[in-house]
Design a binder for this molecule. Structure first.
Ligand code: PLP
Length: 437
């Protein structure tokens, strides 16, 4: 086949357009990506990205760690390593997981290039095209990207202020069965959810696990934020209750350094073997340099004290966000109140469309992520995700002030000319009601 620019099967921009595998259909650049290029300009307050505030790390200690790793263990750090990951780091990860209640064996752990790769490998190992994956409504955008690239069908399960609803889970499973299908995986982010900002209670975790067990559904528990609870309490992982029916994903991205790309999966024995083989296929091995750097940092630094610093920092930013939302947003706006993590989920008043509003928000020098990206099925038009992890508190306040002005202007236009739903709600100041509807 010709690949000339004027090929009848291609087009001038991409002569290979007709050659891509079907699984790439979901790999489309989102329409908001171009706007985010603008949003990264310094004058824009970005409440969009979920970047950890790595500037709070002890830079000198990190520099010493990196120097030590290269100087003392360079021949290992700069070499290929094991497909399962460094055994010393796997043992240290056992300690890192103690606060979430997981007791495992170093052999149960597979280290990957970020937990994102672990997520990809699990889906690669379990899902054929057309397999059904259950996921919260809304869910983590890049998990949707993985499900789509393996051609899974995503069925969303409703949430409320306590996270994934067990009743909704039962109903969704029943509806899937009624269609003659079976759900294979339940993907859940139980603690400090991205993007919803809510946390499953312990009772819920137990109930959700029991439902999954009785239906033979594998639970894929994604827990990047578990240690970042603002009152210092650490929710107990679902994996702490079941070593066979749950795969747990952890990461150092939010507690140490996202740039080192070190995450892990804890999996039952048979699954673990498949994940190691899949890991080798994807990357040969996780980076020895990154693993030894994390390992040295854990060994030589008071890393839990540093997590405490991050908790305090993100709590201050969360407070700045919630106070500004309460004082500035127009009535009828609702948002969740996160008790940890990076995000709050905001629902706009009067049926406003967060995607349609984004260009006006960026013109007003504030950015957020519109809600529809967090769903596989087009829900979420009235919602958006705000993240408070990166900007300083004063910038957060300024960002909300700009956003509130845009929402008010949009509401007035909608009230005058009509909106997709009823006109603007006008009952009192927007209260911080945890609500994901
Ligand atoms: C819910 C969730 N899962 C996984 C990841 C990926 O983390 P990592 O940096 O370990 O790949 C993120 C990152 O933001 C996340 O929010």
């Amino acid at each position: 086949m010709s690949r000339q620019a004027d090929s009848p099967t291609g087009n001038r921009l991409d002569p290979w357009i007709d050659s891509y595998a079907a699984r790439t259909r979901g790999l489309t650049a989102s329409s908001v990506r171009a706007l985010f290029a603008v949003a990264s300009r310094p004058e824009v307050v970005s409440l969009a990205g979920g970047m950890p505030f790595v500037s709070a790390l002890p830079v000198d200690a990190m520099a010493d760690t990196v120097a030590r790793v290269i100087r003392d263990r360079g021949a290992v750090a700069l070499q290929y390593g094991s497909g399962q990951g460094d055994v010393t780091l796997r043992e240290q990860i056992l300690d890192v997981m103690k606060p979430v209640g997981i007791s495992a064996h170093a052999d149960d752990i597979v280290i990957t290039a970020g937990s994102q790769l672990a997520l990809d490998l699990v889906v690669r190992v379990f899902c054929d095209p057309g397999d059904v994956v259950l996921a919260e409504a809304p869910t983590y955008i890049t998990a949707l990207g993985v499900f789509s690239s393996y051609q899974c069908e995503v069925e969303h399960v409703a949430m409320d202020a306590e996270g994934l609803s067990p009743n909704a889970l039962r109903e969704t499973i029943a509806a899937i069965k009624a269609q003659g299908k079976r759900a294979k995986i339940l993907y859940t982010i139980p603690s400090f959810h991205n993007p919803a900002g809510v946390t499953q209670s312990q009772e819920r975790r137990t109930e959700i696990l029991q439902i999954a067990q009785s239906e033979g559904i594998l639970v894929l528990e994604d827990d990047p934020y578990g240690l970042l609870g603002f009152d210092g309490t650490v929710p107990q992982a679902i994996r702490a209750q079941d070593g066979e029916g749950v795969i747990y994903l952890g990461t150092f991205s939010k507690t140490i350094a996202a740039g080192l790309r070190v995450g892990w999966a804890v999996a039952p024995h048979g699954v673990r073997e498949k994940l190691v083989l899949a890991n080798e296929t994807a990357t040969l091995c996780p980076s020895n340099f990154a693993q030894l750097t994390i390992s040295d940092y854990l060994q030589t630094q008071p890393w839990l004290e540093q997590v405490e610093v991050f908790r305090g920092l993100y709590r201050t930013r969360r407070d700045a966000l919630l106070e500004s939302l309460a004082t500035m947003m127009p009535s009828g706006t609702r948002w969740t109140v996160p008790s940890g993590g990076f995000y709050s989920w905001v629902t706009l008043p009067g049926g406003l469309d967060a995607g349609a509003m984004l260009p006006r928000a960026v013109s007003a020098l504030v950015a957020y992520v519109p809600g529809t990206g967090f769903f596989a099925d087009g829900q979420g038009r009235e919602s958006l995700r705000l993240s408070y992890c990166y900007p300083e508190p004063d910038r957060i306040r300024e960002g909300v002030r700009r956003l509130a002005a845009v929402v008010k202007a949009e509401s007035e236009i909608a009230a005058t000319f009509g909106s997709p739903r009823a006109a603007v709600e006008r009952d009192g100041l927007g209260a911080p009601t945890p609500d994901l509807a």
